[in-house]
Design a protein around this ligand. Structure first.
Ligand code: SF4
Length: 385
């Protein structure tokens, strides 16, 4: 497990103070024991931060004045900062969030009937360069700390003034599906997920916290031993040749290896009725044909899963196209006929660029990978068609 998030504040000789926001219960207990205090103080502080939304240690009235002063000397509660907020006509709310060092990440709250799902980022940028992803065009800057990850949940609740009114329940589900590959920031992501599940913090059930990975197999195997959150896998292709192009990490961890790891993850769960969500972005002329659907149905036959089809959301740096409704329907029907539960993701927040794959605004496409890929595929499209 990672060391508690602690970062220098200010400049020069400013004291280094631990950021209590990103510590899970075990880390906070260890922190208080190290201070010569009782470990139950951790429970009090967790409730102040994550139930009451308090950042001022001076307001934590059940700690006693002497302890508050002692704590203020060595620690702080420092959330990231909201730089801008946009509200979509469909109720989706997006925040640009500034993290330490000036980097920006985006967080999106998507309300639907009876629930509100918060899409959280785990890294500033991403190193994996999936060809259809706007974040991938940014390159990688750095991992977020656990405080910066859980801080997005904290900020979302704060943004609705919901700490006092609803015990923070404005966020009913969290998906680690924003900027970055969460399994490449393993320790900080696991710590933040601990807090999402912790009753003294956000108290979400393990079914309502979903980690989405592009397939970092060794880290997924490791996750099976420490977490029971729901799993989503960004597959996007039914064979290695195509996935190598769309999701380059597939060259290192090909599909068979990834699906084996998914099966192991599910086998390690205490609840055997759970399934993996397979995310499949449908890109016109690339991976949306009936043959692809048949191949996908065959590929997934041994995995307990449901399939989420995501019609591609075009963005400036990509020349991929969204498939038409008929192509999506045909693809969906093949999978349904094969016995799968299949959903088609409704595009949300289009008017604020908050839909999946559009988390980054105007960025320079440093690699032009999508252009090269489309060029290479044109001949294949003609041949097959
Ligand atoms: S889809 Fe996910 S893993 Fe791939 S580049 Fe985008 S953020 Fe990274």
């Amino acid at each position: 497990m990672n060391a508690p998030d602690s970062t220098a504040t200010g400049t020069g000789a400013a004291p280094v103070r631990a950021n209590l926001l990103g510590m899970n219960r075990a880390q906070l207990e260890a922190f208080f024991l190290e201070m010569g205090e009782k470990k139950f103080r951790a429970q009090q502080v967790l409730k102040w931060i994550h139930h009451a939304g308090v950042t001022d240690i001076g307001q934590m009235s059940n700690l006693g004045k002497a302890l508050r002063e002692k704590l203020q000397a060595v620690a702080e509660v420092r959330p990231p900062q909201i730089v801008s907020q946009q509200d979509s006509a469909d109720g989706t709310r997006k925040w640009a969030v500034r993290v330490d060092g000036g980097g920006l990440v985006e967080t999106v709250l998507i309300p639907t009937a009876g629930r509100a799902t918060l899409c959280v980022s785990s890294q500033v940028g991403c190193s994996l360069d999936c060809s259809f992803c706007s974040t991938g065009k940014q390159g990688f800057q750095r991992d977020l700390s656990s405080a910066e990850i859980i801080g997005q949940v904290w900020l979302a609740i704060k943004s609705y003034d919901a700490f006092q009114s609803g015990k923070g329940r404005i966020v009913t589900n969290v998906v680690l599906m924003g900027m970055g590959e969460p399994l490449l920031n393993f320790d900080n992501v696991v710590t933040a997920m601990d807090l999402m599940l912790e009753d003294l913090a956000y108290g979400l059930s393990k079914r309502r916290v979903t980690l989405s990975t592009s397939g970092v197999v060794p880290a997924l195997d490791r996750l099976a031993g420490v977490s029971e959150v729901s799993l989503a896998v960004s597959l996007h292709a039914p064979n290695d040749a195509l996935r190598d192009q769309l999701v380059p990490i597939n060259r290192k961890y090909p599909i068979a290896m990834l699906l084996r790891s998914c099966r192991d993850y599910m086998a390690a769960q205490s609840d055997r009725n759970r399934v993996v969500t397979i995310e499949y972005t449908l890109i016109a002329g690339v991976n949306d044909r009936v043959e692809h659907a048949r191949e996908l149905a065959q590929l997934l036959r041994d995995l307990p899963c449901k399939i989420n089809l995501i019609p591609f959301n075009p963005f400036d740096q990509s020349d991929y196209r969204r498939p038409g409704g008929n192509a999506v329907s045909r693809f969906w029907q093949v999978l349904v006929d094969a016995g799968y539960i299949v959903t088609v993701r409704t595009t949300r927040g289009d008017d604020i660029d908050a839909a999946c794959g559009q988390l980054v605004g105007q960025v320079v496409d440093r690699t032009r990978r999508s252009e090269r890929y489309r060029g290479a595929q044109d001949s294949q499209v003609i041949k097959v068609g």
